[in-house]
Design a protein. Structure first.
Length: 211
């Protein structure tokens, strides 16, 4: 494996740069954090990544944004976070590549607990948040607004995790994408740290499916 690059701190407009472990729990009010610099991935590194499983590849990508000496997320911590994040997926490969023909393959992104591709990122984020909150002995409430499958994916990602509570809001009307199936998935998610509520007002902007 190629040598580990130096991780760049992250920043957003009007703020001082922060280490990776200082950004996930700060929310997106005021803008999203972005690495101050992104080191290019060399052809040699891409070649080394070819044979990795999806979880291992996830680790290698995340290491490019987490300093090797970060006291809050050590390499061992990161391996545990990624392993736990994908433990509930229905396929050991997490993302399976299936051939349709000699020249055409399809990546299956639906093996997560809610069958949404968002499970891939949400699962890792949920475990990362819980890890950081546990180390700092803090608690966090997540407020999610959704008209589709984001809510159920976010709820599943933090189900039962220490230090996190989540409230998901979804429109009661005006958005066909909030189907009965999605509403049922969200309203039947049971855990002491999960809550959901229907919002009667129409969305401020029409859903794509409503236009």
């Amino acid at each position: 494996m190629a040598g580990r690059p130096t991780a760049s701190p992250a920043a957003r407009a009007g703020t001082h740069p922060r280490a990776h472990s200082g950004t996930p729990t700060r929310g997106t009010i005021g803008g999203m954090y972005w690495p101050a610099a992104v080191e290019p991935v060399s052809p040699r590194t891409l070649s080394a990544w070819e044979s990795l499983s999806y979880p291992r590849l996830c680790e290698e990508v995340l290491k490019r944004f987490i300093a090797a000496d970060d006291p809050d997320v050590t390499p061992l911590d990161l391996a545990g976070i990624v392993s736990a994040a994908f433990s509930s997926f229905g396929d050991a490969e997490v993302v399976s590549l299936r051939p349709l023909s000699d020249e055409l393959h399809v990546a299956e992104l639906w093996h997560g607990p809610t069958l949404a591709f968002k499970d891939l990122g949400m699962s890792v984020l949920g475990r990362t948040l819980s890890h950081l909150l546990r180390r700092r002995r803090q608690r966090l409430t997540l407020l999610v607004g959704t008209s589709g499958d984001t809510g159920s994916s976010a709820m599943e990602a933090v189900r039962g995790l220490e230090g996190i509570e989540i409230l998901v809001l979804y429109p009661l009307q005006g958005c066909p994408s909030t189907s009965p199936a999605l509403q049922s998935m969200q309203s039947h998610a049971i855990s002491r740290n999960l809550a959901q509520s229907r919002v009667g007002a129409r969305p401020s902007r029409p859903c794509r499916s409503c236009r």
